[in-house]
Design a protein around this ligand. Structure first.
Ligand code: GLC
Length: 497
């Protein structure tokens, strides 16, 4: 058996810092606020947090545009505030994973400021300049090439023009990033979440991407063949420095792509968007993703349904915005299935989407860029707004209302506690995984114990585990399971009995 890694023991919680907890009254979340909530996270049973970027930044993309890799933006606090948060988390048994953006830096980063308009700059080759741009498009819409007036060249930006791609063909870039990792490891972090890591331009600029049905197919700009070697070196460097948790954001919903990046010498886990970003609720689709992850993904999958980039789970999955029953049932699945769970801040309060209605409501750079691109393509303001509203990622970025802990919160706490206390929920392999109508039923086993779980998302069905002799840990072991009802049972065999 493979040795157990510390992160397999944890339920993770994503902290989108600007919206988490405001400690200094300026309306923006910060490290002083986060420090005040560590007891709260501990009470919830959280074993690890992932903090989104907090580095100095013009905040064009809420910190995913870093202008200094080795400091804290004053709006979020000081380096010492960060260190205090790490120490307090560790004191509570909570590990700290930070977001690292290696694909691009802010156009305000001193490297780019120096490189811009100065072909002789020693930093020029940290970026990707060309005389002849190809057809590659920005992920946020429009061309990925920005003209540079004085030189007649263009620079490459996969995201906003203010997020300039680093040139991963230049070995100096890699060396710079090793220094960045060392800096944060010295500050005590337990791992990294590597932002859009399959977008690194490791093979330079190649052929035009093909177009199909008006959409660009990202054939040559992402998942470049040379990436694997770079990634292996980066991960080896990190692993040589401690027992870290190395998480990759691979921008794809295709399991065949996702799983390529997960291996002992690559990433520990990747975000399973094939499960996590399903747009509407379907027990069959969730079941299909779980089955595929079990059969086709050699490493542990991740289990999440919300993040700062997507609509909140209740708004996407509920039959209405007050449908916490569905949310509770999905949570039961997330905390009993095989994988590493990540809970997005605020899900435990049953939060629903913030819905921008006009241009002024849109803060997200993706929404705003789509608006500008649509206008430039000759659309009317109303048409452009409609496009922007479908692409903006403001839905789950509203400040957390730190209110009462209601019934759903108590389920979060109890189900997390269950996962923390029952080893088979963390390590067990599936012995069965089946779908009957809209009821997902599975059993997981270790040498010492077994659990049986049935979660019914639809019309009443027979409880598949009613006759199993085991202790009922959660839910009701009735002969029939009604809509959004579930049951979790366990039996010990060996020493754990
Ligand atoms: C990731 C982040 C997203 C950001 C993008 C560019 O997808 O999650 O918020 O806009 O990378 O850095």
């Amino acid at each position: 058996m493979e040795p157990v890694r510390w992160w397999q023991e944890c339920v993770f919680y994503q902290i989108y810092l600007p919206a988490f907890c405001d400690g200094n009254g300026d309306g923006r979340g910060d490290f002083i606020g986060l420090a005040q909530k560590i007891d709260y996270l501990h009470e919830l049973g959280i074993g690890g947090i992932w903090i989104t970027p907090f580095y100095p930044s013009p905040l064009v993309d809420n910190g995913y545009d870093i202008s200094d890799y080795c400091a804290v933006d004053p709006r979020f606090g000081e380096l010492d505030d960060f260190r205090r948060v790490v120490a307090a988390c560790h004191g509570r048994g909570i590990r700290v994973v930070i977001d690292l953006v290696l694909n691009h830096v802010s156009s305000q980063h001193p490297w780019f400021v120096d490189a811009w308009n100065n072909p002789a700059s020693r930093y020029r080759d940290y970026f990707i300049f060309t005389d002849q741009p190809n057809n590659w498009q920005s992920f946020f819409s429009g061309s990925a090439w920005m003209p540079e007036p004085d030189t007649g060249q263009f620079y490459y930006h996969k995201f906003a023009p203010q997020q300039v791609d680093l040139n991963w063909q230049n070995p100096q870039v890699e060396q710079e990033i090793y220094r960045v990792m060392d800096f944060w490891l010295a500050a005590g972090v337990d791992g990294f979440r590597f932002d859009v890591i399959n977008f690194l331009t490791t093979d330079g600029i190649g052929a035009d991407n093909p177009q199909s049905a008006g959409e660009q197919e990202h054939l040559y700009d992402v998942n470049q063949p040379g990436l694997m070697a770079v990634l292996r070196r980066l991960m080896a460097y990190a692993r040589a420095r401690g027992e870290l948790f190395l998480i990759g954001e691979i921008g794809s919903e295709d399991l065949a792509v996702l799983r390529r990046y997960q291996a002992a010498d690559l990433l520990d886990v990747v975000f399973n968007f094939n499960l996590g970003s399903q747009k509407t609720f379907s027990a069959a689709a969730i079941f299909a993703a779980l089955t595929a992850m079990n059969e086709q993904q050699p490493g542990l999958p991740t289990l999440f349904f919300s993040s700062h980039d997507m609509s909140r789970m209740i708004s996407r999955f509920g039959e209405n915005e007050r449908d916490t029953d569905r949310a509770r049932a999905v949570l039961a699945l997330q905390l009993t299935a095989r994988g590493v769970p990540f809970i997005y801040q605020g899900e435990e309060f049953g939060l629903t989407d913030y819905r921008p209605r006009c241009l002024a409501d849109i803060s997200d750079v993706q929404g705003r860029t789509h608006y500008q691109t649509a206008l430039a393509a000759g659309m009317t303001a109303d048409e452009a707004l409609a496009i922007a509203l479908t692409h903006t990622r403001d839905a789950s970025r509203a400040p957390l209302p730190w209110g009462e802990k209601d019934a759903l919160w108590k389920d979060y706490r109890e189900l997390i506690a269950l996962r923390n206390h029952i080893p088979v929920l963390r390590y067990g392999a599936y012995t069965r995984l089946a779908l009957t109508d809209a009821c997902i039923g599975f059993s997981r086993i270790t040498a010492d114990e077994q659990v049986w779980v049935a979660i019914n998302f639809g019309a009443p069905v027979r409880n598949p585990w009613q006759a199993v002799a085991g202790e009922v840990l959660y839910g009701d072991n009735a002969p029939w399971l009604g809509k959004n009802q579930f049951v979790i049972k366990r039996r010990g065999y060996g020493k754990a009995q």
